[in-house]
Write a protein that binds this ligand. Sequence first.
Ligand SMILES: *Cc1c(COP(=O)(O)O)cnc(C)c1O
Length: 480
Amino acid sequence: MSSIKNIPAVDEVLRQEKIAGLFTIYNRSFVTDLIREATDGVRQMLRHTEPETTAGLTRAELTERIVNTTVDLVAARSRGTLIPVINGTGVVLHTNLGRAPLGQKALDYIQEIASAYNNLEINLETGERGSRYHHVEELLCRITGAEAALVVNNNAAAVLLGLNTFAQRKQVLVSRGQLIEIGGSFRIPEIMKMSGAYLYEVGTTNKTYKSDFARAIGEETGLLFSAHTSNYKILGFAQDIKIEDLVELGRQYQLPVMQDLGSGVLYDLSSSGLKEEPVVQDCVTAGVDIITFSGDKLLGGPQAGLIVGKKAYIDKMKQNQLLRALRVGKITIAALEGTLLEYLAGTPQEYIPVLAMLAKTEKQLTGQGQRLLRKLKTTLGNHTLVEKIRLVPFEDMVGGGAYPTYTLAGVGVEIKLAPDQLEPVAQALRQQNPAILIRKQEDSMRISVRTLLEHDQEKIVEGIQKALQTIQMQKIDQPR
Ligand SMILES: *Cc1c(COP(=O)(O)O)cnc(C)c1O
């Protein structure tokens, strides 16, 4: 005999003490919907199991099951879908993980500004309407040496705005070696189309000379454009036009020169071994008219598109109606100002998390690795699903499209699991809050310490313990 007839009515579940407790916090229809969902789940379970295994379930037992499931569902559904992730991958700027974690000053500033009214668009001196674009500008000019600056939603928007402002229904000259695609479908030719500009390809994939550009300039030309090839490298018989030459041509023919840097390095990272990303200040010095870069890549701030350059050109971009659709909000401005203020300090790599991660020395990494190793060995060393825990060298990466061919020497912990346990454990770790992302290698999981933030080590130990427990319970539950 099936137990389906013992499934309680919703009203009966509603009378249970634990459910009544939920009503003091959550609204009635939200909880009732989840009771129905839990009840359906139990009904399905009874239908799909062998009658003899579930036949004896009483009304009280089924009610308890539904109540407990409802409590779990409420816990799962009463938070947003965005949850924190511990990044054990060693990829510093992981686009899928929200790129740069913000520093303390940025966080404090967001809290202060967003929890109150603020002077986003009012000039407090005159009491009249002000401009939101005024806010970050002075700081950006001070740091980069540029005459003027503007901030939009992201770097893709910055490029779009530049192309539309200077080259709508005109030609944009770009070297064939720079027709880039950045992950997540940012493609120079596509952005061109959307901006209303016409792409004019110059030179060849591996060789583009100044003379190629000089020959290509004509009546229809509106803009000379250069994109930093941040996520690939052309090696061998290759040469591309130098930005200085492009600037010279721009002067000669009175055409604006725009450079899309992608990453936006404001602080020389060569002491961390990172020499190839152009530094924004150098591009300003080289005389580039419009320079665009991301706020959340190597700059270490919020998602934003930063534009710096000559005042006459930036002013023209400010007057473009398209800007209204690309504008940033107060939270972005607060986070950006908080981040940029750190660059006024002599040692921004102490305060900006992304820079701090890149600057970690081998000694620091080894120290952190050993601490994590000790903690893991103490709690998990004798676990039946764990075969071996050891320190391993790690190939960390900058990520975010930057330094595609370059790995940073890192340190990590490797946990060798019993056969076939890696997938289920990795999945259990992803489904926790905070979720934990690891790297997989054969039967082992690996965690790099470079990308761990404060207190992540404790959470990792706890998280792995919990994941292993979940896996073990599932094994017991499963009939053979
Ligand atoms: C990352 C990148 C972009 C896109 O920047 P978003 O801030 O993600 O919009 C554009 N151009 C280059 C060269 C990049 O590296």
